[in-house]
Design a protein around this ligand. Structure first.
Ligand SMILES: NC(=O)c1ccc[n+]([C@@H]2O[C@H](COP(=O)([O-])OP(=O)(O)OC[C@H]3O[C@@H](n4cnc5c(N)ncnc54)[C@H](OP(=O)(O)O)[C@@H]3O)[C@@H](O)[C@H]2O)c1
Length: 291
C-alpha cells in the first residue's frame, strides 16, 4: 500500500473514468474526477458524484477539464495543486472512438480523434510533470487498448492514436525512470461503456458510397464487439492495483479482459526493446530509481 495519493483522472463523466474515481476515493485517496462541461451536459454526473462524496464522506472532487484545450488543462492542474498541494498520480483515461471506412474520415475528423487520444495526453503529461519532477515521484497511467498493439479493420484512426500513445508512454517510462516517476500502460479489451455508443461515423459520404455494401461492415463489427463487453469495474480495479503497487515494481503494460493473445505481442517485443536500449548503453533507464 502506497498510502493516500492525490489522483487526477481525465474523462470521469462515464465508463472507466467514473468507476475509477469512485473506487479510488472509496479506498481513501484524494481524487480529482475531471470532465468536460460540468455546468451543463455533465451537470447530472457532477451532482451524482458530489452526492456520493457527501453521503460516503469521500475526498472526491469534480473539476472541469477538456484535454483538447491548453487553458483548461493548465487551470485544472493548477486547481489540483492549489487544493491538494501536490499531484501523485495522473490517469490519462479520456478517449474517443471513431470506427468506419478509414479513407472516408475527413482530415478534420482524424485530427479530432488524435487530438483527444494522443495530443490530449501530451498536454496533460506536460502540465503535471513539472510538479512530479519537483516532488521527485509520480505515476502516469495511460489507458490505451489492445487496439494499441493489434490492428482491427475499420478502427484505423483509433488504432493509430493508441499505437502513438503506447510509444509515447513507453518513451516517458525510460526518460523519467531516473527522476522517480513511473509511466505505465493499461490495455483493456472490449468492455461495455459509452465509448461504442459515442462512436463518430465517417463523414465523407461520397467516398463512403464508393465502397458500396462494404461500408456497412464497420457497424456490424462494432455490434459484434459490443457482445464481448465485460464489467468495466475490472479496469478500475486494475488501475487501483497499479497505484497500490510499490514504485519500481509496476509492469510497463497490463492487459485487462479479453486480450486476443495481445499478451504474446507484449512478451515478444520486450526483449527486442531491451536489446535496443542496451545497445545504446542506456540500460540504467530500464529500472525506476527512487529519489
Ligand atoms: N470500452 C472499451 O471497450 C475500451 C477498450 C479499450 C480502451 N478503452 C479506452 O478507455 C478509455 C475510457 O473509455 P470508456 O470505455 O470508459 O468510454 P466512455 O464511457 O465513452 O468514456 C470516455 C470519457 O472520455 C471523455 N472525453 C472525451 N473527450 C474528452 C475531452 N476532450 N476532454 C476530456 N474528456 C473527454 C468523455 O467525456 P464526455 O462526457 O465529455 O464526452 C468520457 O467521460 C478511453 O481512452 C478508451 O479508448 C476503452
Amino acid at each position: 500500500m502506497n498510502g493516500q495519493q492525490v489522483i487526477l483522472i481525465t474523462g470521469c463523466s462515464s465508463g472507466f473514468g467514473r468507476l475509477s474515481a469512485q473506487t479510488l476515493a472509496r479506498q481513501g485517496h484524494i481524487v480529482f474526477a475531471s470532465m468536460r462541461d460540468i455546468g451543463r451536459r455533465n451537470a447530472t454526473v457532477r451532482s451524482e458524484l458530489d452526492d456520493l462524496a457527501k453521503s460516503e464522506n469521500l475526498n472526491l472532487q469534480v473539476i472541469e477539464l477538456d484535454i483538447t484545450n491548453d487553458f483548461s488543462v493548465k487551470d485544472a492542474v493548477t486547481e489540483v495543486i492549489d487544493r491538494a498541494g501536490r499531484i501523485d498520480v495522473l490517469v490519462n483515461n479520456a478517449g474517443v472512438l471513431y470506427v468506419g471506412v478509414t479513407e472516408a474520415f475527413t482530415i478534420e475528423q482524424v485530427q479530432r480523434q488524435i487530438d483527444v487520444n494522443f495530443f490530449g495526453v501530451i498536454r496533460m503529461n506536460r502540465a503535471v510533470l513539472p510538479h512530479m519532477r519537483r516532488q521527485g515521484n509520480g505515476l502516469l497511467i495511460h489507458i490505451s487498448s489492445i487496439a494499441g498493439r493489434a490492428v482491427i479493420p475499420f478502427f484505423g484512426i483509433f488504432n493509430a492514436s493508441k499505437f502513438a500513445l503506447e510509444a509515447l508512454a513507453e518513451s516517458y517510462r525510460y526518460e523519467l525512470s531516473g527522476l522517480g516517476i513511473d509511466s505505465v500502460i493499461v490495455e483493456p479489451g472490449p468492455y461495455g461503456s459509452n465509448l461504442i455508443a459515442s462512436n463518430s461515423e465517417a463523414e465523407d459520404r461520397t467516398r463512403l458510397a464508393e465502397y458500396g455494401n462494404f461500408a456497412e461492415l464497420p457497424m456490424k463489427i462494432l455490434a459484434a464487439y459490443n457482445e464481448y463487453g465485460r464489467d468495466p469495474q475490472e479496469v478500475a480495479d486494475v488501475i487501483a492495483q497499479l497505484i497500490d503497487t510499490p514504485a519500481g515494481q509496476r509492469p510497463l503494460r497490463t492487459i485487462c479482459g479479453l486480450d486476443f493473445q495481445v499478451k504474446d505481442i507484449n512478451k515478444a517485443t520486450e526483449p527486442i526493446q531491451r536489446s535496443i536500449i542496451e545497445a545504446a548503453g542506456l540500460q540504467s533507464l530500464l529500472q525506476l530509481t527512487h529519489n
